[in-house]
Write a protein that binds this ligand. Structure first.
Ligand code: HEM
Length: 181
């Protein structure tokens, strides 16, 4: 397990990623901007907006799932992965009032989040950032990178997850699609 990594997502007029679209999924959206900088372990402020998150230990993945993920997942920054998605998500008070075992049951036994996600590996690489403990507007900043040939698969993945019982607890979600040369 690597140490927690602080990550800043800064939107404005500079940054490696071009923002292709910002879609309001649930609740209030984020302001428009042209570019996004993803900065690891350093501070930065975006002219339009700034979101902060930190990587952490797993909460829900069981041993066999950890092994299955490890066997299939690939890292960020692959040269062919010129498409990305940033999906900030906030869950409801009802979700956070649940006990850990109840959340796990909704997340996996009812919603099959990991099982669904595994179908899209290794094409999609991911990194989960926690923001709730930083008193940020979102609880999670989810980040994905994939090659253009996997863009349609990624849309299918997001669509499947949004139809699960877990998403009944999502009270704010914005979907950003990005690309780079
Ligand atoms: C959490 C897998 C795609 C949103 C997780 C966790 C796993 C996982 C294993 C739990 C980590 C832990 O144990 O703490 C995957 C895989 C995906 C995928 C393999 C395929 C690429 C997505 C997508 C979204 C998403 C597309 C958003 C639309 C989230 C959120 C959490 C999460 C918000 C945190 C849930 C919570 O702690 O309440 N994911 N995921 N995931 N994932 Fe995914």
């Amino acid at each position: 397990m690597s140490l927690p990594l602080s990550v800043i997502f800064a939107a404005g007029s500079s940054g490696r990623w071009r923002i292709d679209r910002i879609e309001e999924v649930i609740g209030e959206t984020l302001g428009g901007a042209d570019r996004l900088a993803v900065v690891e372990g350093a501070s930065m402020i975006g002219e339009a907006w700034t979101l902060r998150g930190v990587t952490s230990n797993t909460r829900y993945a069981a041993r066999d799932e950890v092994e299955a993920l490890r066997a299939r997942q690939e890292g960020l920054n692959r040269s062919q992965a010129t498409c990305a998605a940033l999906i900030p998500i906030r869950k409801s008070a009802a979700w956070w009032a649940l006990a850990q075992d109840e959340r796990r049951a909704i997340f996996e036994e009812q919603s099959h989040h990991t099982a669904i996600g595994l179908d899209y590996l290794p094409g999609v690489a991911r990194r989960l950032h926690h923001s709730r403990e930083l008193a940020e507007p979102f609880d999670f900043l989810t980040w994905f990178e994939y090659a253009p040939e996997h863009a349609r698969d990624f849309e299918r993945l997001v669509d499947r997850l949004r139809r699960t019982p877990e998403w009944a607890y999502v009270e704010r979600e914005v979907d950003l699609r990005l690309s780079r040369d």
